[in-house]
Design a protein around this ligand. Structure first.
Ligand code: FES
Length: 372
């Protein structure tokens, strides 16, 4: 357990997952598959105290997320509280529930930044992937955000189904006046891991998509900044997940569980401290969960002697667990991992042209969460 708090990093980023409730049913949602089994949401007072404690620890940015954070009636009050403490405030939303009155209230509360998710450039795929009819609604929300003077930030999760539409997705972003377009290839956690075989793209799809993105970048310049996040299953070195465990990221789940990363709930044996029971400072500096993979003392070979260990921090602990059964292994994305072959197997298995074992996509819903 760490005691010398002065030498430990401070959290910079607080992700406040206000609720697991969501009007959408995305097949690639990163929320835990068992979200419906977790306890009551924190009340307003506990969220305010948590936000205050995070600011005192040094956090400077806060993301209000979920589920769909607009479902919380106290969102404006929490934003105003965070803003008054000096946080830079972000809203990460599907857009469902955002109308003129609400966005004006958010603006009055001091909200700095809004990111809206779009699932595709076509109504058919947007509505299929979310199990809703929200395509037009989302486009209207994007216009609303822009009309209220916010930079237009669109996020689109990419996978086998919409990668062929990449040019149309960029055209849509330009038509809506987006200032930023984040094209984030699916990361396989939560519901996305459950649907990995159905969502996995081919290397060819990714190569073509990246070429298209680069062509657009050359043509449109600064008009819209396009971020293309390559999926790590197609890399030889892992991502520096969370910039290192217990390093900059502090998440709080709807029920108050403190998260060293978005997917930490998936790690068996990791007892997550709760902001209802333990002061946030103690959680960050002293809890077993936040120290479990902090620094490099936990590493085994090949990470332990690797000269890149301070760059990628051994990759992602949750991915290591999901693919090897042990969170302390090197992330199998790394070509030095003895389990690297599992990445290639997963890609090959998923893209076989005919599969007699193909399962239907499992959509995120309360009912499916309780059944799984
Ligand atoms: Fe948990 Fe990467 S998502 S460490």
């Amino acid at each position: 357990m760490a005691t010398a708090t002065a030498v430990l990093p401070k959290p910079l980023w607080l992700l406040a997952e206000l609720t697991y409730r969501c009007p959408l049913h995305c097949a690639f949602c990163y929320n835990p598959v068992d979200f419906a089994r977790h306890g009551e949401e924190l009340d307003t007072g506990t969220w305010r105290a948590t936000i205050t404690a995070a600011r005192e620890l040094g956090a400077a940015q806060i993301g209000f997320s979920g589920g769909e954070p607009l479902l919380r009636g106290d969102l404006e009050a929490l934003i105003a509280h965070a803003r008054q403490l000096g946080f830079y405030t972000n809203l990460i939303t599907s857009g469902i529930g955002l109308n003129v009155e609400r966005i004006e209230r958010l603006k009055t509360a001091g909200l700095d930044h809004i990111q809206v998710s779009m699932q595709d450039s076509t109504r058919e795929l947007n509505d299929f992937l979310t199990s809703t009819r929200t395509f037009e609604l989302k486009r209207n929300v994007a216009r609303l955000v822009k009309a209220h003077g916010y930079p237009m930030v669109l996020n689109c999760v990419l996978h086998r189904f919409n990668l062929p539409h990449i040019a149309q997705i960029i055209d849509m972003a330009l038509e809506l006046g987006a200032d930023y377009l984040e094209l984030a290839n699916t990361q396989y956690y939560g519901w996305a891991m459950l649907n990995r075989d159905q969502l996995m793209p081919t290397a060819e799809q990714l190569r073509e998509a990246e070429e298209t993105v680069n062509r657009y970048r050359a043509r449109i310049g600064e008009r819209c900044r396009i971020l293309f996040v390559v999926p790590d299953y197609f890399e030889q070195r892992p991502k520096a997940c969370m910039s290192g465990w217990g390093s900059v990221f502090l998440g709080v789940a709807p029920d108050g569980a403190a998260l060293p990363c978005h997917a930490a709930r998936a790690l068996p044996g990791l007892v997550l401290p709760n902001v209802r029971d333990m002061p946030l400072r103690q959680i960050w500096y002293e809890s077993k969960a936040f120290n479990a993979f902090r620094g490099d003392g936990w590493m085994r070979e090949p990470c332990r002697s690797c000269d890149e260990r301070h760059t990628d921090h051994g990759g992602c602990r949750c991915q290591a667990y999901l693919l090897t059964g042990n969170a302390a292994e090197a992330d199998p994305v790394c070509s030095k991992s003895p389990h690297h072959g599992r990445i290639a197997q997963a890609v090959e298995f998923a893209i076989r042209p005919t599969r007699d074992d193909e399962r239907p996509i499992v959509f995120r819903s309360r009912q499916n969460s309780l059944a799984l």
